[in-house]
Design a protein. Structure first.
Lengths: 681, 328
């Protein structure tokens, strides 16, 4: 809603500047700002959904009164002269939906009368186009009082007028030219033959006012907000009327609004007025109940003591009916004015007192600290360690949307459960919840390659989603992608491309920091996204915690990538398996190293040899490292040569050559009898 | 005999001092003092002398030997020093050349602000709670006093899976869930992703919020004001001027927006807050006559945009390294 400062001042007889108004109203909770380009004389209001009463000049002025900036003025009610006795017969079928319905017939209007400049200007400043005198005045009254009016060309009404629910599949052509198909939820204004409009939302095209209209019926109603609520959204049809009816208009001003309209119309365009036909269903008109307001509850919520006199004056300025009471506590019985739909309970009154008293006048104080300490360092420590390691290894964190295209979800291995599909996605590209973070990382890779980045390392932490028959599974993952050169291009470094083992090494560092490195094993696996020969499941304590591998060559080809990206995705929960690093006594005895080279078939995993050596449980064997691998020329085909460095160290003595020779003999015999291998001298 | 010994002595002394490097010096040492060195040889010849001559000559040779050894040691120190000086004076590198490195990656600016806010509240005794991103209507709306027809429930604003399940539109349901599981008193913050059906320069369909909730006996608005003021001062690392301005949220009453005074003198909205609505407490079977509480919530993107002076929110989700690498 937009209103000119001038209009507000005129209504309350004051001379506020725009910035005075904006500052004061903002601090009372009416969000507003000056529209800069129009000489700072127009204010745009952004009314919160609870404050239906603020959608008019009168409503805004009521706020100024509540803040004590201006005095209340007595309203003088004026009535237009009644010149004939035609009334529009009306039948309210569902009075619960329409508790107040007032109409008046006005005949012989001078249809060529023009809207006066003053009214035209005000409407223009509020963003309304001038249409004709009748429509302009309905808008003018609505903006002044907050009561939407609707004018019908009498010629097209076949009375009586009926207020009823729509029938299923009924349809109507509306003022804005659209045609809506209806259902039983909608309240309609109709006559004997036709639908005339959707109550509280928009009038129909057939009975609309034209430049030639001479006789009209003007309607001023109070519709139950609950009847209207939701309908504009369903129809995608938000009008100035629906905005107000949905939130609630003052149920006591229907007649006043018709009178104001009539007086203005008569003055500008003449017309002969009939009596106002008002139908009120008392049973269904909203009544503001008496609320008990306890002084100690005010203190309990706000934490400060406000003097009684101040409380009473705030409530009275809000036009509340206030009576002191004493039901065993000090307090008041309060009835809110008819237009305050948002005031139903004690807490609503306390908020009113607080906002008018001024939040800035409420002091600050520190609550009692909790009696227990909270140690939550693990949560942040896990994050921090993960970031430290991955950032140091060159990975930058990305955050992708949780929804992806169905095609991206299909890239991932099908798992138990189904994908979670949005009913109302923004687009097909964002229509299903991701079941893996990897497609997102691949997207990021493609984006950054286009931006001419060459060496790309990405990390994402986030949830993936699947649905099963009876529940939705959300699990948090850590995923990463690596692409390009091992070392960024610079002098003094050769530039090889990264491969599977670079990324595996990065995972090793992560698992070492958690002290679970020794409990992690890798098993060859088939994963739709990964290269069948260059990928593995990551297993921790017999549980698969994720995958690592080179991207499937078919995808690499599809994406037209020069190099092979390598990725991993592991469960975030692995971070909770951190084992404390226990101190081991330092060993000061010297270690000795013996190297052996083994010729073995290509399909034997090196790790099985090392595990076999370790299974001998030689306490003095402190480490086994692989320092060379060779396949190809000068080696038998389908074989590879590996060189192992075996480090021996005792905790209690310096080992002699003879002792180490004995260990080596054992080891050599053991692996030669267990594997088809040759030990090269 | 004695003459030849003096010659040998003079010659060796001369050669030691003539040696111009450690290698030459070592050759001189071997020549005179080695196993078959000239001086060593003289000692071996002692046996051929008469018993009366032997002690005298022997003593003399040993004196010469000691003397030469001393000179060699001294010359060695001299030559080593000369070597180092020469090494120092002749070798130098281009110190301007770039160091060898591989660049560090960085944390996403949103994560880093979330981390920072979590740490601040952890220090103030808050627990951190997570919750599901796919929520049900009850936890996302009903329990929070958001009525059936509230505009927030519209298909326009909320992503739905079916009539019951949706993507949470705020992190408030986490608070409901944590009250369900922990009861009161409670002091939690709930960070996370939230979703709204909106996309333009200031809205992305997914963004991050962090919300806080404190419920206990005797909690009131003055505590809310103080907690948020101390939080904002800590976050900005200086005393900030704030204003609390009345607003509306279905789940708090009184409700407020908090603005900070920016450098250019304008007020910037940074968070929403209020006293927990008694209906929310009642929904959770908590007696509002005994317990009161406050809640607050802020948009993480907004804080990040203000801090880094970013105008377009969509940059956070493009994941362009040229953008991400600016937040080292």
């Amino acid at each position: 809603m937009k209103l000119s400062t001038n209009w507000i001042n005129e209504h309350c007889g004051s001379k506020f500047t725009s910035s005075e108004l904006v500052n004061q109203l903002t601090m009372s909770g009416v969000e507003c700002e000056i529209i800069k380009q129009k000489n700072n004389k127009i204010i745009k209001f952004d009314i919160t959904p609870n404050r239906a009463d603020c959608f008019s000049v009168r409503g805004i002025v009521n706020e100024l009164i509540a803040m004590g900036l201006i005095k209340q003025r007595k309203r003088v009610s004026q009535s237009a002269k009644v010149e004939h006795d035609s009334i529009l017969k009306t039948k309210i079928i569902t009075p619960k939906d329409c508790p107040v319905f007032a109409t008046r017939i006005i005949k012989n209007i001078n249809s060529s009368a023009r809207t006066p400049k003053d009214i035209k200007d005000k409407l223009k400043e509020s963003g309304y186009k001038s249409i004709n005198i009748i429509v302009d005045l309905t808008n003018y009254v609505m903006l002044t009082l907050g009561q939407p009016l609707h004018a019908y060309d009498l010629k097209y009404i076949n009375s009586p007028m009926v207020v009823r629910k729509a029938k299923k599949k009924e349809s109507i052509a509306l003022l804005d030219g659209s045609i809506k198909i209806l259902n039983e939820n909608y309240l309609m204004i109709a006559d004997q033959n036709n639908l005339l409009g959707i109550a509280g939302i928009m009038g129909g095209l057939n009975s609309s006012i034209t430049d030639k209209t001479k006789n009209i019926a003007i309607e001023s109603a109070y519709f139950n907000p609950e009847t209207i609520m939701g309908c504009p959204r369903e129809l995608n049809l938000h009008s100035e009327a629906s905005l107000r009816f949905e939130r609630g208009v003052d149920p006591t001003i229907q007649v006043e609004a018709i009178e104001m309209f009539t007086l203005l119309l008569n003055k500008i365009a003449g017309g002969e007025n009939g009596p106002i036909n008002t139908q009120i269903a008392q049973k269904h008109t909203p009544k503001n109940k008496t609320i008990n307001l306890r002084k100690n509850k005010i203190k309990n919520i706000l934490g400060i003591t406000i003097p009684n006199a101040k409380i009473v004056s705030i409530l009275k300025n809000l036009k509340m009916n206030v009576k002191e009471n004493d039901f065993g506590y000090q307090g008041w019985s309060v009835i809110a004015p008819s237009y305050r739909f948002d005031i139903n309970d004690e807490c609503d009154l306390i908020e009113e007192i607080a906002r008018i008293y001024g939040y800035d006048n409420i002091t600050e104080s520190i609550e009692n600290e909790p009696s227990t300490f909270i140690n939550e360092s693990n949560r942040l420590k896990n994050k921090k360690d993960l970031y430290n390691i991955m950032n140091a290894l060159g990975y930058s964190e990305v955050i992708n949307y949780s929804f992806v295209s169905p095609v991206m979800n299909d890239l991932n291995q099908s798992k138990i459960g189904h994908s979670m599909d949005l009913q109302n996605p923004l687009s097909i590209e964002m229509s299903v919840m991701r079941n893996s973070l990897l497609p997102g990382l691949i997207n990021n890779l493609m984006h950054n390659l286009k931006r001419q980045h060459k060496n790309i390392r990405l990390l994402e932490i986030g949830k993936v989603f699947t649905g099963t028959k009876n529940k939705i599974i959300e699990s948090e993952k850590i995923s990463a992608l690596i692409y390009g050169l091992r070392n960024q291009e610079q002098w003094g470094y050769s530039s090889n491309s990264v491969d599977y083992y670079d990324m595996k090494g990065h995972l090793d560092i992560l698992f070492e920091s958690l002290n679970i490195y020794k409990s992690i094993t890798y098993k060859k696996t088939k994963h739709k996204m990964l290269h069948p020969g260059k990928s593995a499941q990551i297993v921790f304590n017999n549980k698969i915690i994720g995958h690592i591998g080179c991207l499937n060559p078919e995808i690499v080809l599809d994406l037209n990538l020069k190099n092979e990206p390598i990725v991993f995705e592991i469960d975030y929960s692995i971070l909770n398996n951190r084992i404390a690093h226990n101190f081991k006594e330092l060993n000061y005895f010297p270690s000795s190293r013996r190297d052996i080279s083994i010729l073995l078939p290509l399909d034997i995993e090196i790790n099985t040899i090392i595990r076999s050596i370790n299974s001998l449980n030689i306490n003095e064997l402190s480490d086994v490292l692989v320092f060379d691998i060779y396949e190809g020329k000068s080696i038998q085909s389908k074989k590879k040569s590996i060189s192992l460095g075996l480090i021996f160290q005792s905790k209690s003595r310096t080992l002699t050559d003879e002792q180490i020779d004995e260990f080596m003999t054992n080891i050599n015999q053991h692996i030669q009898s267990n594997f088809e291998i040759t030990i090269r001298k | 005999m004695s003459d030849s010994l003096s010659d040998l002595s003079l010659k060796s002394i001369q050669e030691v001092s003539d040696s111009s490097n450690l290698k030459e010096l070592e050759l001189v040492r071997v020549k005179y003092l080695g196993k078959n060195g000239l001086i060593t040889k003289e000692l071996k010849l002692l046996g051929k002398l008469t018993p009366s001559e032997r002690p005298l000559v022997g003593k003399r040779i040993n004196l010469i030997k000691e003397e030469v050894q001393k000179l060699i040691d001294a010359r060695k120190i001299e030559l080593t020093d000369i070597n180092i000086q020469e090494e120092i004076s002749t070798s130098s590198i281009d110190i301007s050349l770039n160091g060898r490195k591989n660049s560090r990656g960085n944390i996403h600016p949103i994560s880093s602000i979330l981390y920072e806010i979590e740490s601040i509240f952890l220090n103030s005794g808050f627990r951190v709670e997570d919750g599901p991103e796919i929520e049900d209507e009850y936890h996302n709306f009903t329990a929070l006093n958001i009525t059936e027809n509230h505009p927030a429930r519209a298909m326009h604003d909320t992503f739905y899976f079916n009539s019951n399940y949706l993507l949470r539109t705020h992190t408030s349901p986490i608070q409901i869930r944590s009250m369900e599981s922990h009861g009161v008193p409670i002091k939690v913050i709930a960070p996370g992703k939230v979703y709204r059906r909106d996309s333009d320069i200031t809205h992305t369909p997914m963004f991050h919020q962090i919300e806080g909730l404190v419920i206990d006996k005797n909690i009131n608005f003055t505590h809310l004001k103080s907690m948020l003021h101390r939080f904002i001062n800590t976050f900005y690392n200086k005393d900030m001027k704030l204003r609390f301005r009345p607003s509306y949220f279905p789940f708090t009453e009184p409700s407020a927006e908090v603005d900070i005074l920016s450098k250019d003198g304008s007020w910037l909205e940074i968070l929403g807050c209020g006293m927990v609505h008694p209906k929310v407490l009642e929904n959770l079977k908590i007696d509002p006559e005994v317990y009161t509480g406050y809640a607050f919530g802020m948009g993480v993107e907004r804080l990040a945009m203000l801090r880094h002076e970013i105008k377009d929110i969509r940059l956070f989700y493009e994941n362009d390294l040229n953008f991400l690498n600016q937040f080292k």
